[in-house]
Design a binder for this molecule. Structure first.
Ligand SMILES: Nc1ncnc2c1ncn2[C@@H]1O[C@H](COP(=O)(O)OP(=O)(O)OP(=O)(O)O)[C@@H](O)[C@H]1O
Length: 252
Protein backbone atom coordinates (compact mmCIF):
# COMPACT_ATOMS: atom_id res chain seq x y z
CA UNK A 1 0.00 0.00 0.00
CA UNK A 2 1.58 3.26 -1.05
CA UNK A 3 2.28 6.19 1.23
CA UNK A 4 0.97 9.55 0.01
CA UNK A 5 2.09 11.81 2.86
CA UNK A 6 5.07 11.17 5.10
CA UNK A 7 5.33 13.42 8.13
CA UNK A 8 8.71 13.51 9.87
CA UNK A 9 9.50 15.15 13.21
CA UNK A 10 6.77 17.75 12.74
CA UNK A 11 6.61 20.43 15.42
CA UNK A 12 4.33 23.46 15.44
CA UNK A 13 3.98 26.51 17.66
CA UNK A 14 1.68 29.49 18.12
CA UNK A 15 4.12 31.99 19.56
CA UNK A 16 5.74 30.10 22.45
CA UNK A 17 2.91 27.58 22.73
CA UNK A 18 4.37 24.30 21.44
CA UNK A 19 1.23 22.55 20.12
CA UNK A 20 2.58 19.70 17.95
CA UNK A 21 5.48 17.64 19.26
CA UNK A 22 7.58 15.45 17.02
CA UNK A 23 4.80 13.95 14.96
CA UNK A 24 5.82 11.07 12.69
CA UNK A 25 3.17 9.44 10.55
CA UNK A 26 2.75 7.91 7.11
CA UNK A 27 -0.63 8.58 5.53
CA UNK A 28 -1.70 6.00 2.97
CA UNK A 29 -2.81 6.86 -0.55
CA UNK A 30 -6.49 6.41 -1.43
CA UNK A 31 -7.48 5.80 2.15
CA UNK A 32 -9.41 7.86 4.69
CA UNK A 33 -7.38 8.73 7.77
CA UNK A 34 -9.26 10.09 10.78
CA UNK A 35 -7.54 12.38 13.28
CA UNK A 36 -9.18 12.09 16.68
CA UNK A 37 -8.43 13.48 20.13
CA UNK A 38 -9.82 15.83 22.77
CA UNK A 39 -10.44 19.50 22.16
CA UNK A 40 -7.24 21.53 21.91
CA UNK A 41 -4.95 18.50 21.32
CA UNK A 42 -3.76 19.90 17.97
CA UNK A 43 -5.91 18.13 15.35
CA UNK A 44 -6.69 21.25 13.29
CA UNK A 45 -3.14 22.51 13.61
CA UNK A 46 -1.88 19.15 12.36
CA UNK A 47 -3.93 19.13 9.17
CA UNK A 48 -3.19 22.82 8.59
CA UNK A 49 0.51 21.90 8.59
CA UNK A 50 -0.20 19.41 5.78
CA UNK A 51 -1.04 22.19 3.33
CA UNK A 52 1.06 24.98 4.84
CA UNK A 53 -1.93 26.86 6.15
CA UNK A 54 -0.58 26.94 9.72
CA UNK A 55 2.07 29.48 8.81
CA UNK A 56 -0.48 32.12 7.77
CA UNK A 57 -1.30 32.70 11.47
CA UNK A 58 0.88 35.56 12.76
CA UNK A 59 3.55 34.19 15.11
CA UNK A 60 2.98 30.59 14.06
CA UNK A 61 5.98 28.40 13.33
CA UNK A 62 6.59 24.93 11.88
CA UNK A 63 9.63 22.67 11.98
CA UNK A 64 10.04 19.27 10.41
CA UNK A 65 9.12 17.70 7.12
CA UNK A 66 5.98 16.84 5.22
CA UNK A 67 6.71 14.78 2.13
CA UNK A 68 3.99 14.35 -0.47
CA UNK A 69 4.94 11.78 -3.10
CA UNK A 70 8.55 12.34 -2.12
CA UNK A 71 8.50 16.15 -2.30
CA UNK A 72 9.17 18.03 0.93
CA UNK A 73 6.50 20.73 1.17
CA UNK A 74 8.71 22.69 3.57
CA UNK A 75 11.82 22.63 1.39
CA UNK A 76 13.28 25.96 0.38
CA UNK A 77 11.66 27.39 -2.74
CA UNK A 78 8.39 25.48 -2.51
CA UNK A 79 5.47 27.81 -3.21
CA UNK A 80 2.81 27.51 -0.46
CA UNK A 81 0.07 28.54 -2.91
CA UNK A 82 0.99 25.62 -5.13
CA UNK A 83 0.93 23.32 -2.07
CA UNK A 84 -2.62 24.47 -1.21
CA UNK A 85 -3.61 23.82 -4.81
CA UNK A 86 -2.41 20.20 -4.54
CA UNK A 87 -3.84 19.71 -1.07
CA UNK A 88 -7.37 21.05 -0.78
CA UNK A 89 -9.19 21.83 2.44
CA UNK A 90 -12.79 21.89 3.64
CA UNK A 91 -13.57 23.64 6.91
CA UNK A 92 -15.91 22.98 9.79
CA UNK A 93 -18.44 25.65 8.88
CA UNK A 94 -19.64 25.61 5.26
CA UNK A 95 -18.14 28.78 3.77
CA UNK A 96 -19.40 29.36 0.22
CA UNK A 97 -18.59 32.84 -1.06
CA UNK A 98 -21.82 34.69 -0.21
CA UNK A 99 -21.91 37.00 -3.21
CA UNK A 100 -21.28 34.24 -5.73
CA UNK A 101 -23.65 31.85 -7.50
CA UNK A 102 -23.37 28.08 -7.11
CA UNK A 103 -21.57 27.98 -10.48
CA UNK A 104 -19.09 30.71 -9.54
CA UNK A 105 -18.37 29.14 -6.16
CA UNK A 106 -17.14 26.01 -7.92
CA UNK A 107 -15.43 27.86 -10.78
CA UNK A 108 -13.55 30.44 -8.70
CA UNK A 109 -10.42 28.41 -7.96
CA UNK A 110 -10.15 27.26 -11.56
CA UNK A 111 -10.36 30.85 -12.74
CA UNK A 112 -7.54 31.79 -10.36
CA UNK A 113 -5.29 28.86 -11.26
CA UNK A 114 -6.07 29.11 -14.98
CA UNK A 115 -8.08 26.84 -17.23
CA UNK A 116 -6.19 24.12 -19.08
CA UNK A 117 -6.37 24.55 -22.87
CA UNK A 118 -9.32 22.79 -24.47
CA UNK A 119 -11.19 22.36 -21.17
CA UNK A 120 -14.53 24.07 -20.68
CA UNK A 121 -15.33 25.66 -17.33
CA UNK A 122 -18.92 24.37 -17.54
CA UNK A 123 -17.59 20.82 -17.76
CA UNK A 124 -15.37 21.26 -14.72
CA UNK A 125 -18.23 22.73 -12.70
CA UNK A 126 -20.60 19.90 -13.66
CA UNK A 127 -17.98 17.21 -13.00
CA UNK A 128 -17.08 18.70 -9.60
CA UNK A 129 -20.72 19.00 -8.56
CA UNK A 130 -21.31 15.40 -9.65
CA UNK A 131 -18.28 14.23 -7.65
CA UNK A 132 -19.64 16.08 -4.64
CA UNK A 133 -23.03 14.35 -5.15
CA UNK A 134 -24.74 17.72 -5.52
CA UNK A 135 -25.38 18.00 -9.25
CA UNK A 136 -28.87 16.45 -9.23
CA UNK A 137 -29.99 18.92 -6.57
CA UNK A 138 -28.65 22.12 -8.16
CA UNK A 139 -28.37 21.61 -11.92
CA UNK A 140 -31.53 23.70 -12.53
CA UNK A 141 -30.38 26.63 -10.35
CA UNK A 142 -26.66 27.00 -10.97
CA UNK A 143 -26.88 30.78 -11.11
CA UNK A 144 -28.63 31.26 -7.78
CA UNK A 145 -26.61 32.20 -4.72
CA UNK A 146 -24.48 29.54 -3.05
CA UNK A 147 -25.80 30.57 0.34
CA UNK A 148 -29.39 29.79 -0.74
CA UNK A 149 -28.56 26.10 -0.24
CA UNK A 150 -29.11 24.11 2.96
CA UNK A 151 -26.13 23.65 5.32
CA UNK A 152 -25.47 20.13 4.07
CA UNK A 153 -25.70 21.24 0.45
CA UNK A 154 -23.38 24.20 1.17
CA UNK A 155 -20.82 21.81 2.61
CA UNK A 156 -21.03 19.61 -0.52
CA UNK A 157 -20.65 22.81 -2.56
CA UNK A 158 -17.45 23.55 -0.63
CA UNK A 159 -16.25 20.02 -1.39
CA UNK A 160 -17.05 20.60 -5.09
CA UNK A 161 -15.10 23.87 -4.94
CA UNK A 162 -12.11 22.05 -3.43
CA UNK A 163 -12.29 19.27 -6.05
CA UNK A 164 -12.61 21.64 -9.03
CA UNK A 165 -8.90 22.50 -8.97
CA UNK A 166 -8.04 18.78 -9.04
CA UNK A 167 -6.17 18.37 -5.77
CA UNK A 168 -4.43 15.12 -4.84
CA UNK A 169 -5.32 15.22 -1.17
CA UNK A 170 -8.46 16.43 0.55
CA UNK A 171 -8.23 17.65 4.15
CA UNK A 172 -11.50 18.05 6.05
CA UNK A 173 -11.68 19.75 9.43
CA UNK A 174 -14.81 18.49 11.19
CA UNK A 175 -16.86 18.86 8.00
CA UNK A 176 -20.06 17.57 9.57
CA UNK A 177 -19.91 19.48 12.85
CA UNK A 178 -22.74 21.83 11.88
CA UNK A 179 -24.83 19.33 9.91
CA UNK A 180 -27.88 17.21 10.70
CA UNK A 181 -27.57 13.38 10.73
CA UNK A 182 -28.90 12.91 7.17
CA UNK A 183 -26.52 15.49 5.68
CA UNK A 184 -23.73 13.92 7.74
CA UNK A 185 -24.40 10.49 6.26
CA UNK A 186 -24.43 12.00 2.76
CA UNK A 187 -21.00 13.53 3.32
CA UNK A 188 -19.69 10.25 4.77
CA UNK A 189 -20.96 8.27 1.75
CA UNK A 190 -19.38 10.87 -0.48
CA UNK A 191 -15.99 10.55 1.22
CA UNK A 192 -16.01 6.78 0.80
CA UNK A 193 -16.71 7.32 -2.90
CA UNK A 194 -14.02 10.01 -3.24
CA UNK A 195 -11.23 7.94 -1.73
CA UNK A 196 -11.05 5.98 -4.99
CA UNK A 197 -9.43 9.09 -6.48
CA UNK A 198 -8.12 11.04 -3.48
CA UNK A 199 -6.24 10.63 -0.25
CA UNK A 200 -8.47 11.94 2.51
CA UNK A 201 -7.62 13.16 6.01
CA UNK A 202 -10.54 14.06 8.25
CA UNK A 203 -10.54 15.64 11.70
CA UNK A 204 -13.51 14.49 13.72
CA UNK A 205 -14.78 14.71 17.27
CA UNK A 206 -17.28 12.04 16.46
CA UNK A 207 -15.94 8.60 17.29
CA UNK A 208 -18.76 6.82 15.46
CA UNK A 209 -17.92 8.83 12.39
CA UNK A 210 -14.25 7.87 12.58
CA UNK A 211 -15.23 4.22 12.99
CA UNK A 212 -17.74 4.39 10.10
CA UNK A 213 -15.68 6.11 7.43
CA UNK A 214 -11.99 5.83 8.11
CA UNK A 215 -9.49 3.14 7.19
CA UNK A 216 -6.82 4.46 9.57
CA UNK A 217 -7.11 6.43 12.78
CA UNK A 218 -4.55 8.63 14.51
CA UNK A 219 -5.11 9.58 18.16
CA UNK A 220 -3.53 12.86 19.27
CA UNK A 221 -3.22 13.94 22.87
CA UNK A 222 -1.64 17.18 24.04
CA UNK A 223 0.18 17.63 20.72
CA UNK A 224 1.60 14.10 20.63
CA UNK A 225 0.66 11.22 18.38
CA UNK A 226 -0.24 8.54 20.89
CA UNK A 227 -1.37 5.82 18.52
CA UNK A 228 -1.94 5.27 14.82
CA UNK A 229 -3.17 2.22 12.99
CA UNK A 230 -6.00 0.55 11.09
CA UNK A 231 -9.30 1.90 12.44
CA UNK A 232 -10.73 -1.48 13.54
CA UNK A 233 -7.60 -2.11 15.63
CA UNK A 234 -7.61 1.33 17.24
CA UNK A 235 -11.26 0.90 18.19
CA UNK A 236 -11.17 -2.72 19.33
CA UNK A 237 -7.59 -3.40 20.45
CA UNK A 238 -5.89 -0.09 21.27
CA UNK A 239 -2.31 -0.61 22.43
CA UNK A 240 -2.12 2.46 24.63
CA UNK A 241 -4.21 2.91 27.77
CA UNK A 242 -4.77 6.58 26.91
CA UNK A 243 -6.32 5.63 23.55
CA UNK A 244 -8.57 3.13 25.28
CA UNK A 245 -9.64 5.71 27.84
CA UNK A 246 -10.45 8.21 25.12
CA UNK A 247 -12.40 5.92 22.81
CA UNK A 248 -14.39 4.51 25.70
CA UNK A 249 -15.35 8.05 26.70
CA UNK A 250 -13.38 8.27 29.95
CA UNK A 251 -12.13 11.72 29.00
CA UNK A 252 -12.34 14.32 26.25
N1 LIG B 1 -4.82 30.90 15.88
C1 LIG B 1 -4.34 30.48 17.05
N2 LIG B 1 -3.56 31.29 17.81
C2 LIG B 1 -3.05 30.87 18.97
N3 LIG B 1 -3.24 29.64 19.50
C3 LIG B 1 -3.99 28.79 18.79
C4 LIG B 1 -4.59 29.14 17.53
N4 LIG B 1 -5.30 28.10 17.07
C5 LIG B 1 -5.14 27.11 17.98
N5 LIG B 1 -4.37 27.51 19.00
C6 LIG B 1 -3.99 26.70 20.19
O1 LIG B 1 -3.28 25.55 19.73
C7 LIG B 1 -3.68 24.40 20.45
C8 LIG B 1 -4.21 23.35 19.48
O2 LIG B 1 -5.38 23.85 18.86
P1 LIG B 1 -6.13 23.08 17.68
O3 LIG B 1 -7.20 24.00 17.17
O4 LIG B 1 -5.15 22.57 16.71
O5 LIG B 1 -6.77 21.83 18.47
P2 LIG B 1 -7.95 20.87 18.05
O6 LIG B 1 -7.58 19.52 18.55
O7 LIG B 1 -8.26 20.99 16.61
O8 LIG B 1 -9.15 21.45 18.93
P3 LIG B 1 -10.75 21.41 18.67
O9 LIG B 1 -11.13 19.97 18.66
O10 LIG B 1 -11.30 22.13 19.87
O11 LIG B 1 -11.02 22.11 17.37
C9 LIG B 1 -4.70 24.87 21.48
O12 LIG B 1 -4.00 25.09 22.69
C10 LIG B 1 -5.20 26.19 20.93
O13 LIG B 1 -5.59 27.05 21.94
Amino acid sequence: MSVKIKVENLNAWYGRNHVLKDINIEIKANKITAIIGPSGCGKSTFIRCLNRLHEVVPGAQVKGHVWVDGQDLYALGVDPTEVRHRIGMVFQKPNPFPTMSIFENVAVGVRIHGLKPGVKLEEIVERSLRMAALWEEVSDRLYTSGVSLSGGQQQRLCIARALAVEPEVLLLDEPCASLDPISTLKIEDLLVELKKNYTIVIVTHNMQQAARVSDYTAFLLDGELVEYGPTPEIFTRPQDKRTEDYITGRFG
